[in-house]
Unconditional design. Structure first.
Length: 144
């Protein structure tokens, strides 16, 4: 059964806690060319897009859900937004919980809206990462 609007509201279990380390934050900031000292040192604060790193484990659960029929090679990451309650910091242990927020079929594609809630080890909300994925239906030769 391919993904449909009936899947809206489906949530996946929280991911294992991601330990946010100083080295990971610094590596990510360096890869972005970010030299702001707030992203370096023992009390480093992660650049906002670091939330993507943590969210990716939750998205993997979505892609692994065989019932949905999503194929990663037919997905285009169309949109993404980050809404923070507080910054991600060195020493945090963050879990990610994905919920399918919307599904629309348009022509030969599915537009899948996702919402990933990031929580710290006390269960407090840290951020919400929303994304829209465009999933192309398989070509006829793929289904034959």
């Amino acid at each position: 059964m391919p993904i449909t609007a009936e899947h809206v509201g489906r949530s996946y279990p929280p991911t294992p806690a991601y330990p946010v380390g100083q080295a990971k934050i610094e590596e990510f900031a360096t890869a972005l060319g970010e030299r702001n000292p707030v992203h370096h040192g023992p009390d480093a604060v992660a650049p906002p897009t670091f939330a993507f790193v943590i969210s990716s484990a939750a998205w993997q659960q979505l892609f692994d859900d065989e019932e949905l029929g999503l194929a990663l090679h037919r997905i285009l990451h169309a949109d993404q937004k980050f809404c923070f309650v507080r910054p991600i910091r060195t020493g945090d242990r963050i879990t990610a919980t994905l919920t399918i927020a919307s599904v629309r079929q348009r022509g030969g594609a599915d537009m899948v809206g996702t919402e990933v809630l990031l929580r710290d080890e006390d269960g407090a909300e840290v951020a919400t990462v929303t994304a829209t994925l465009l999933h192309a239906h398989p070509a006829e030769e793929e289904t034959a």
